[in-house]
Each structure stands twice: as structure tokens, then as C-alpha cells.
Design a protein around this ligand. Structure first.
Ligand code: ZN
Ligand code: ZN
Length: 412
């Protein structure tokens, strides 16, 4: 298991609470065994009570939504990081539970979207890169798939494949890699690049789920991650999309995207991984070793982590507030890139009008360019505003989708 300074910090916090009598925390709050973890600086749990607490929370998050029928096919997005590895372990544990009342009746399959080789500044020789994630996913014994971020520029259905061996290499090709680098490098800010990776990864996963007849996708997003995403999205002007981004179910796509880890904070996931010996590896990403101010999301993360030190319920509060947010009005237009609703301002000159005018004036764009922007939501437009060459940003997968919609419409 990988560990970093953050883990150690959390483990220490568990043993030495800052307030109250230390003796109170040494015994589990549910039984009289010695405690293993202290949650929210006030709830000590022993190993077996913590195990039941996590399993119950996981099952009830899925169960209370009443969205996932028995024996459904679900595609689990596996990145190999802490949260998705814990999700995989919790899911398999719940599926194999000998107690039939507590058993989850689901048919999982897994997908890994490789992107690490594209994020390094110097383009590495791929043959030297080892993909431990593929081996770990393969060992689950369920159906597994693999693709790479750049494959969203593949125009036919061969953008992913099933894994048949532990040492299989992620699918890639030079043409798609070139297109990916061109569009990725045309984005000027790190925030836009992070957002672009998030969007294209999501797109690939949803498309694979659709083709593999999985009506549901499980994401490993924890409450801590969702709180960061929520505040980052607000600061990027994505008000209309917040409900889908932070809620349990995102139904913008044909496939429903669910977040069964949304009630867990990072500390709970860390202790689950420690207790169950879950192997995980946090890979280098765009902002590794950069300052706190490198991207909006990094800055938000450090803000929330700072708040949590004094107010342990910060993440819960943000996520619960997010649950109550609803879009102002239903719109018939959907964004070409993220498929969320596009605001249709009716009366006054709005922020989206201002952004359209800025794009027109700053780029001296042709009408064709402007039409491309018209189909994007405010959030995606601000991302593309940071791009030198907006024409290449939309992945081939989306273009195919748009053509299918037009063909369907013409046939009808
Ligand atoms: Zn206990
Ligand atoms: Zn969008």
C-alpha cells in the first residue's frame, strides 16, 4: 500500500484527539473493544464495528435511492487510486456477503482509462511504463476493459478492448495521441486542462458502459472529492450542473452515473483501505508537486482541508447543501461536451451573453466557430475560452454522437 504524509497525519489524529478526555476515545462507541479509528473527532470505532458501519453506509447509499434493480450490470470506473480501489473492495465484499439480507445482487465489470503517459511533460517511452492497475483489476475475476484518454479521438467503435491478461497494455494509437496532444496543449490554463481530462475520461467511461449494456456506472468519488468539485464548479459558473455533479445520480447521459462512495470522507476510506489491506497507488497528476494555487481545484481542496481541521463536519455540510441545489429552469438545449443543460437566458443581458461577446471579439471568429460555441454550456465555454484552437477540442466520440442524433432525426 502506498502511504504519504497525509495518511500518517490522519492516523495520528485518530489516536490523539485535540479536545476532550483521551480515555473516552480509546473504547469503541458501540461495544467495549478498543478503538481503531476516531471519526469526526468524537466517534471511536473498533475494527469490527467500523467494518459494519462502512458496509451499511455503502449498501444504504445504493439501496435508498431505489434506482438500481437486482442483478443489474454495473460498470465500475477503476483508476487504481484510493477511492476506486476501496469502492472495488466494498462492492466485491457486499456481493459476496454470506448473509443474503445484506448481499448486493449486482453484476460488476471494471474499466481503467489510462492517462498517465499523456500527463508527463516529457513523452515517455511507453514500453517502460508498468500498469499495475490492469493486473489488480484483472485479479478481481470479473470482466474488465481498458482504454486511454486519447482514444476519445477514435472515430469508430474500437476505442476500447476487454482485458485478457494481467500484463495487457492499454489501447492506444499514434493518430489519436497526436490529436489529444494538440487539443490538450492548446488549453492555456491548468484548470482548463484538468477539466478537459475529467470530461473526456467521463465520456469514455459512459460510452463503454453503453456499448457493454451496463445501465449504471459506479464512480469512486468520495464526499471529500465531491465537496471540492462542488465549490470548484461554482467558481467556474456551472450552477445548472451542480445537482448532477454532486448528487448520487447523474442522469444526463443514457447511462446513469452513480456515486456510491459519496457519503464517505477521505479519512474513512483511508482506514477502510488500511483495515482491509487494499492495495492502491495514487499516480502523478497534472498538479503533483505544484503549489496550492496551481489550479482552482487544488486551491479549493486546501481550503476545505484547512477548514476540516477545526470543523470536522465541513465535507458533510458542503455535500448536504449541494443535495438541495436544483437547476433554475429546464432547458431543451444540452451541451455538446458535458451533456448538461445549456442556460437559455431570456430577459436581461447575462453572463453567458457577455462570454459569447468576449469570444467573438477576442478571437475574431468566423460564424462557424461561433456556432460551435453556441452548443456549449457556460462552464465548457469558459474552458474553451482558454484554448488557442477550439476546433480540435471536441473529441471524435462526441462528433459521432452528434451525427447519430442528426441521422435519427432525419430518419424520423
Ligand atoms: Zn465496536
Ligand atoms: Zn458543458
Amino acid at each position: 500500500m502506498c502511504s504519504n504524509f497525509e495518511n500518517n497525519e490522519l492516523f495520528e489524529n485518530a489516536e490523539v484527539p485535540q479536545t476532550g478526555n483521551q480515555k473516552n476515545y480509546s473504547v469503541c462507541k458501540k461495544c467495549d473493544k478498543s478503538s481503531f479509528v476516531l471519526l469526526q473527532k468524537k466517534d471511536p470505532f473498533c475494527k469490527s464495528c467500523f467494518y459494519e458501519y462502512c458496509r451499511h453506509k455503502f449498501r444504504s447509499t445504493i439501496g435508498k435511492s431505489n434506482l438500481v434493480p437486482h442483478k443489474s450490470n454495473v460498470l465500475v470506473a477503476f483508476s487504481g487510486g484510493l477511492s476506486s480501489s476501496a469502492l472495488t473492495d466494498l462492492l466485491i465484499d457486499s456481493i459476496q456477503n454470506p448473509d443474503s439480507h445484506k448481499k448486493l445482487h449486482l453484476h460488476p465489470s471494471f474499466v481503467f482509462v489510462n492517462g498517465c503517459h499523456l500527463l508527463c511533460k516529457e513523452r515517455k517511452d511507453l514500453s517502460n511504463v508498468q500498469f499495475n492497475e490492469i493486473g489488480r483489476m484483472f485479479k478481481t475475476g470479473f470482466k474488465c476493459f481498458v482504454t486511454s484518454l486519447e482514444m476519445c479521438f477514435q472515430s469508430d467503435g474500437t476505442f476500447y478492448e476487454q482485458i485478457t491478461s494481467e500484463t495487457q497494455f492499454p489501447l492506444t494509437n499514434n493518430d489519436c495521441q497526436q490529436k489529444w496532444f494538440d487539443s490538450f496543449e492548446s488549453l492555456n490554463s491548468l484548470t482548463a486542462k484538468e477539466e478537459y481530462i475529467r470530461r473526456t475520461r467521463h465520456l469514455l467511461i459512459m460510452e463503454i458502459a453503453k456499448r457493454e449494456k451496463c445501465p449504471f456506472v459506479f464512480l469512486g468519488s468520495s464526499g471529500s472529492r465531491l465537496a471540492v468539485n462542488l465549490l470548484t464548479d461554482i467558481s467556474q459558473g456551472k450552477g445548472n450542473q451542480l445537482q448532477n455533479e454532486v448528487g448520487f445520480c447523474d442522469d444526463r447521459h443514457e447511462v446513469k452515473c452513480l456515486k456510491p462512495m459519496r457519503e464517505f470522507v477521505k479519512k474513512e476510506i483511508l482506514f477502510w483501505a488500511k483495515m482491509r489491506d487494499v492495495v492502491y497507488e495514487e499516480k502523478r497528476n497534472l498538479t503533483t508537486q505544484l503549489s496550492k494555487k496551481a489550479t482552482l481545484s487544488r486551491l479549493t481542496e486546501s481550503f476545505i482541508t484547512g477548514l476540516e481541521e477545526s470543523f470536522p463536519a465541513t465535507v458533510y455540510t458542503i455535500v448536504r447543501t449541494g443535495n438541495k441545489l436544483k437547476p433554475l429552469a429546464n432547458s431543451s438545449k444540452t451541451c455538446s461536451l458535458c451533456l448538461s443543460q445549456v442556460d437559455e437566458p431570456k430577459d436581461n443581458y447575462s453572463a453567458i451573453d457577455a462570454l459569447n461577446d468576449t469570444l467573438r471579439l477576442s478571437r475574431n471568429s468566423t460564424n462557424e466557430d461561433i456556432n460551435k460555441f453556441e452548443n456549449l454550456c457556460y462552464g465548457c465555454k469558459t474552458m474553451i475560452r482558454d484554448s488557442n484552437n477550439s476546433a480540435n477540442i471536441i473529441p471524435e466520440l462526441i462528433r459521432c454522437k452528434q451525427r447519430e442524433i442528426i441521422d435519427d432525426f432525419l430518419l424520423k
